[in-house]
Every structure is written in structure tokens, then in C-alpha cells.
Write a protein of this length. Sequence first.
Length: 297
Amino acid sequence: MASMRDIKRRKASIQSTSQITKAMKLVSTVKLQHAKGRAEETKPYFDKMYETVSGMLAKSQNVDHPLLTERKTDGPKKKGVILISSNRGLAGGYNSNVVKLVTQGDFPVEHTVVFPVGRKGMEAVQRFGFTCQGDYSEVMNNPLFGDAVSIGKTVVSAMESGEIDEVYLAYTVFKNTVTHIPTLIKMLPFSEEDIQEMTREGDAAAEKGSAHALMNYEPDESEALGYIIPMYMNSLIFGALVEAVASENGARMQAMDSATSNAEEMIDTLSLQYNRARQSAITQELTEIVAGASAIE
């Protein structure tokens, strides 16, 4: 059995750790309330943006735009992934879960470029050998729409120059305080199956009485889509950033709450051990006193 001094030192150390985790939990709770409200306010806009672009493509025929049509290549397609993680740890499995979407997904290391938003995700994929382009870690401190525009421009430029053929977005969806869902979506280009599915949905809506006229572009299709597609990408990226911040703080709050609970259980166990050791020491001293008194008699 450990000595009373060792148990006391261990207990004091855990109590200090418990105070830190409790403070971090309170900070994460405050940040979560702000991030949660922001995510809930912005989500309808980004959902409507995706719905609008999907509706446009469903109502268009033979859409021909370099960012929308799949490129025909002989070899494997080059993929770009916008990976949104956090700059700090102590958030349970938040970072590892979103990183697994890339490292355990259909993304060959030699044919994938990662656009990292968050230091933890960047460090993780680099250990697996992935190529990272840029570093947008500071964005996670306070995401703004301008940050999403900057990331979107870089990705669109890489796609237009032929560096990548497909764009994916890996982030964590904030469902509620305790539920955060790692999600991977394909942003561009829309495959023929995607467009056919959108068309079928549009036809179904038309059968129910909704209007389903062909889309007319003014001044022309190329110029209109050239403006709309970057806005669509920027909107999805910003929506993912906002939800990722809320998910990060929710995950950290849960992790710190669990750590605090574990620390309290360990303190209770150590207190019991300390009391037993103290009782044993007192019993031993009394036994020695009685034995000494008996020897004198």
C-alpha cells in the first residue's frame, strides 16, 4: 500500500487537474452558447443556397460549365479536400473522427490535396503523408464569411488550373449539444447521377402542381454560373465553419465534464485509501504503545 504522503500528493495533483478541467468546461459552455446560436441562425440560409443551386441544375438542360461537369481523365482523378478541425485538443474524439473521413476514405495519398482549416487536422493528415496546401488555422478562432471566400477562391483556382478534379468538404455537423456528426460531402463537380436525381425531384414536384419551367440565364449561362457557383461554395464553407466551431466547443465541454467526473471519483478513492492508511498507522502506534506498556510491567 502506498504511504500516506504519496496518497496525499496524488490527491492534491488530481484536485489541481480537476480545477483546470472544471474551468475549461465552464469556458466551453459559454463559447458553445454563442456558437450554437450562430449556427442555428445561419443554417437556414446555407440550406436554401444548396436547394437553390440544386433546383437551377434540375431545371437546366445540358449544363456546360468547367466547375460543374466531370472531367474525363485516363488516370485517377485528383481530389481536393477542405478539412475543418480545431487548433486545440482536449475535445475527445472530435478531431480524430473528422480526420478519419480522409485517412480511411477513398482518398489516395498521392492523388489528394488537403486544404486544412485547423492545426490538429493538418498535423494528423501530414503524418499519413498527405499534401497540404495553405494553412487556414487562424480562421477557427473566429470564422467570418470573408475567410470562407478566401478559402473558396483558392480551391476554385486550383480546380480551374487542373490541380484538382473534385472538391470535397470534411467537417462536423452540429446536431445538438451532445451529438456531433463527422460529415463528408462532395461540393464540385455535380456528377451526372446527381443532376439526374435533382431532375427527378423536380419532376416529382411538378407533378404535385409546382412550377417546373426550364431555367433561363441572363446575360448568359456561363457568366451567371461563374458568379453563382463561387457563392455556393463560399456559403457551404462558411456554414461548415460555423457548425464546426459549435461542434468543437460541445465536444470539449463533454470531454472536460467527463474528465472532471473521473477526477472526482479518483479523489474519493484516494480519500478512502488515505483514511485506511491513517487508520492502519494509528492502530499500529496503539499496538506498539500497549506492547511497550506490557513489557514495562
